[in-house]
Design a protein around this ligand. Sequence first.
Ligand code: PRP
Ligand code: MN
Ligand code: MG
Length: 183
Amino acid sequence: TEKYADEIESVLLSEETLHERIAEMGATIGAKYADTDQEVVLICVLKGAAIFVSDFARALPIPSEMEFMAVSSYGSSTSSSGVVRILKDLDRDIADRDVIIVEDIIDSGLTLSWLMRNLKTRNPRSLEIVTLLRKPDAVKADLDILEIGFDIPNEFVVGYGLDFAERYRDLPYIGRLHPRMYS
Ligand code: PRP
Ligand code: MN
Ligand code: MG
């Protein structure tokens, strides 16, 4: 029997849908950086983006380096407050590098607004955002996004890196969490 089967209401994005779109995203982004003279630095925002970055990096037709950063917003686990602190910083200097922040989802956009401001002070040559998912509220944050996998409705989704109380990151697809799991 399938993992978490009775906790997921329905599938929003199947494994195959994700795979196909990420292949496209890799090709699109790869073409944009085709003429760069150095490897692109992917910054994976832990933990949610860990699964996406591993598939995205392999879908990119150009070489990339992978770096990890962990941030945490204060306040409740289901809504962001805008106050962010660094739990794990980058290991390397990104000055004069072509950097892409890789995120699983932009909801309020507060995490990425803060991260963009923080990383800009380190003087990368370029700094872009690639996200797998974007929710409607993200428009308020006014972020410049290089590539978005899917615009999704304002529903509680989990899987493929996205958690609810640290569960479901290991689901291979993105699904709607059954309301009884959080009410
Ligand atoms: C989630 C998600 C994004 C962020 C989006 O991370 O992975 O990083 O929230 O929300 P925002 O646009 O409203 O800021 P979370 O803080 O839950 O940590 P996690 O990645 O470790 O699950
Ligand atoms: Mn996250
Ligand atoms: Mg989370």
